[in-house]
Design a protein around this ligand. Structure first.
Ligand code: ZN
Length: 253
């Protein structure tokens, strides 16, 4: 029983505790190339957040990790069988309810630990920040916390070398053998402004990839996954510690 994981701890421990930081891991339920499980983003969120919280807890941070929300925004994948879309407006409602509880009970810091590229919480947090002015509301995408080119030879975007390596380390029993891996070939857009980053529209997933992957997993290894796991959790362990210590009325130099 880990005291910083709400799903595992109990009323006996919680009733007199005083937490300073809540972590809300948020994933998705979606196809990950042929070979990775639908809950890949949720396993990553669970295991990375838990290890990061352990590092911060051991340094004295009163952090509590809430259960991972298993559904993400998959509006670009409506035709992919059993990708379960949770709309942004539903995410807003879920967040509002969670924040309302924390705000009422005096846990004034919340970090969303985001594990899925389609989830975009910034606009929701702007609106909820104005509604709950006592709260510190933050979001971090763990997959952008570390320069993945330092850990992987051919990193991509989805079910790629990074995710496959991580899953080979974290959940090897749920990764199909290498001969089943798709190439994760991605079709690029014709209009240049997209690749230059100043034009955005949602990608229709089934138009850009045949196996649902984006990024070739071929060079994935368990060892790469293990190294990356420890780099990410070390970084978030430090962040949770810093956020736990931070005075939210005095966040600027
Ligand atoms: Zn993923």
């Amino acid at each position: 029983m880990r005291p910083y994981i709400l799903a595992e701890t109990n009323w006996n421990n919680v009733k007199n505790a005083k937490y300073e930081l809540a972590i809300l891991p948020w994933g998705a339920t979606e196809a990950h190339n042929f070979h990775l499980p639908y809950a890949t983003d949720n396993f990553e969120a669970d295991l990375l957040a838990a290890e990061s919280a352990k590092i911060a807890w051991d340094k004295g941070t009163k952090v509590i990790v809430l259960p991972t929300i298993p559904f993400g925004v998959n509006t670009g994948q409506t035709d992919i069988y059993l990708n379960i879309n949770m709309n942004p407006s539903t995410q807003f409602a879920v967040l509002n309810d969670v924040i309302e509880v924390l705000n009422r009970q005096g846990i004034y810091k919340l970090l969303i630990f985001n594990s899925h590229g389609g989830n975009d919480f910034k606009t929701a947090l702007r609106e909820l920040g104005a509604k709950y002015p006592k709260m510190f509301l933050g979001v971090s995408n763990w997959y952008q916390s570390i320069d993945r080119t330092k850990y992987f030879d051919d990193p991509g975007d989805h079910a790629d070398e990074m995710e496959t390596s991580l899953m080979l380390y974290l959940k090897p029993d749920l990764v199909l053998p290498k001969e089943k891996w798709g190439e994760g070939k991605e079709k690029k857009r014709k209009i240049k402004a997209f690749s230059e980053g100043w034009l955005w529209t949602e990608r229709k997933w089934s138009d850009i990839t045949e196996d649902t992957g984006v990024g070739n997993p071929a060079l994935s290894t368990k060892e790469k996954g293990e190294k990356f796991f420890h780099a990410v959790t070390k970084k978030f362990g430090d962040l949770f510690y810093d956020l736990g210590k931070a005075d939210i009325k005095d966040m600027y130099e």
